[in-house]
Design a protein around this ligand. Structure first.
Ligand SMILES: [Zn+2]
Ligand SMILES: [Zn+2]
Length: 480
């Protein structure tokens, strides 16, 4: 066994050159494993930890660990197991916070590893699944419940992949995206857990930098988070995946990367949207562009944080429920087509696009704003009661803004948002379900184009398949 100790004095000048610093070392032939330990004063700065081999990036643990093992057969979660090629390796340091003067850092690199990788805990039993929520859907499609943002022990989460899958099933979810930070070491575990717990597990990775986070969805291999965000977009698209801007307004993790093109998805609803009277996320979304497909994510890390898995739920209208093994592909296709809606929780009110209607489900006796004439219609359904249809406006009568006050008796109201004229025969509408405490569901701004002028029977069509996504909201006050 040999240990080499490297001492570095990190300064803001290092950080100015690059937020990543490689500390190289040579690995001899036939090494079975290696171990890296990082020491520094954690009250003075934040240094992230990762590792690359001669050909492969071997893993990342960010600020969650101070040591790791990479081995031929087992590695610390977050790092890939496999043969250790001889040649130039490097510990990759992320200079997240470097103090104004300097930060002394000590790295110990030991070959072979001295510590053993602990064995995995016994997987939990398979919990009972909640009955699938019966939601009206367009012909041939079914709304599946998904959470597109979760973490495990492979980054800074607390649960193993099987433990996470079990919680997803208990929450009624059909699919979880497992999006550990800057690593894909959890991907090999997903198929077995999906089969055991009968839940779709979509391979994901959260590209995590101090200028913003983005989820890359799909079994597309590792994406280099150290590259510019434009490269993420190209790399993910070329590999057949989908990129999503995460929590764009979340404190110091907000989105700041320049992009020459918008990614297909954005996480417009993240747990950090705590006060749903705050319209910031909806305003960001409107400014970013309504062609962006909305998704939601709990960003679940650990049970004791009080941010449960599946809050919010993203509903995805899929061509088939599919076997858990096939579900990631089915859901990716539905995401690419923009067929999403978001609700605060599994049972919360949700606004769904069904053919050319917007359906509010589980909004207690919602009242819809109406006007004479009408193109788009809104179907308001209370639980257990027959559908009630109210027109919500016509092209000739779109109000600039129309808002019916939320009912004091605790009912919801449906509000028709202002119009945006886009041509002589077109308009954009947005619909909300709201209570005094704030927005409960908001449709995506929807572009409608009447086929015929005037008349109650004027039909409309949605401008593109992308127009059929709705963000359903918050649900602090979900229907009793
Ligand atoms: Zn994040
Ligand atoms: Zn996250």
């Amino acid at each position: 066994m040999s240990t080499q100790v490297r001492r570095l004095r990190l300064t803001p000048e290092h950080r100015a050159v690059s937020p990543y610093l490689e500390v190289g070392f040579e690995l001899p032939r036939e090494a079975e494993s290696l171990e890296v330990a990082l020491r520094y004063d954690r009250s003075a700065g934040v240094v992230d930890l990762g590792c690359r081999g001669p050909a492969l990036f071997r893993g990342w643990s960010g600020g969650a660990r101070s040591s790791f093992v990479v081995g031929r057969h087992r590695s610390t979660p977050g790092y890939l197991a496999g043969p250790l090629d001889a040649g130039p390796w490097a510990v990759v340091l992320g200079l997240h916070r470097v103090p104004f003067d300097w930060l002394d850092v000590e790295l110990a690199i030991t070959v072979p590893a001295e510590s053993a990788v602990p064995s995995d805990p016994t997987p939990p039993p398979v919990p009972e699944r909640r009955p699938r929520r019966d939601l009206p859907a367009p012909d041939g499609l079914t709304w599946l419940a998904a959470d597109f943002h979760t973490h495990t022990v492979h980054s800074d989460g607390q649960l193993t992949v099987p433990e996470l899958a079990a919680r997803g099933v208990a929450a009624g979810l059909d699919l979880l995206a497992v999006t550990d930070h800057n690593t894909v070491s959890h991907h090999p575990e997903l198929p077995a857990a999906a089969a055991r717990y009968r839940i779709g597990l979509l391979p994901g990775q959260e590209l995590t930098t101090d200028r913003g986070h983005a989820n890359a969805f799909g079994d597309i291999g590792w994406v280099d988070f150290r590259r510019p965000a434009d490269d993420w977009l190209t790399r993910v698209r070329d590999a057949g995946g989908l990129l999503s801007v995460n929590h764009p307004l979340a404190s110091d993790h907000g989105w700041q990367h320049p992009l020459s093109e918008r990614p297909p998805l954005a996480e417009v609803w993240h747990w950090t949207w705590l006060d749903r009277r705050w319209s910031g996320p909806l305003a960001w979304w409107a400014a970013w562009g309504s062609a962006t497909v909305p998704v939601g994510g709990s960003d679940f890390h650990r049970p004791d944080q009080g941010r449960p898995i599946g809050q919010p739920v993203t509903w995805v209208a899929c061509a088939e429920i599919g076997d858990p093994a096939d579900r990631p592909a089915v859901v990716l296709a539905a995401l690419a087509a923009g067929r999403t809606a978001i609700s605060a929780a599994y049972d919360a009110p949700v606004l769904l696009r069904v053919e050319d209607e917007l359906v509010a489900v589980a909004a207690t006796a919602p009242r819809c704003w109406t006007s004479r004439g009408g193109a788009a219609s809104c179907v308001a359904r209370s639980r257990g009661s027959p559908a009630r249809r109210d027109r919500i406006g016509s092209r000739r009568h779109w109000p600039r803004s129309s808002r019916s006050a939320p009912d004091q008796a605790g009912r919801h109201s449906c509000n028709l948002g202002g119009r945006v004229g886009t041509g002589p025969n077109t308009a954009t509408i947005r619909v909300e379900v709201a209570r005094m405490s704030g927005v409960l569901a908001s449709s995506r701004p929807t572009f409608v184009q009447p086929r015929r002028e005037g008349g109650d029977r004027a039909e409309h069509r949605h401008h593109s398949h992308r127009s059929c996504a709705y963000v359903g909201s918050l649900g602090v006050d979900s229907a009793p």
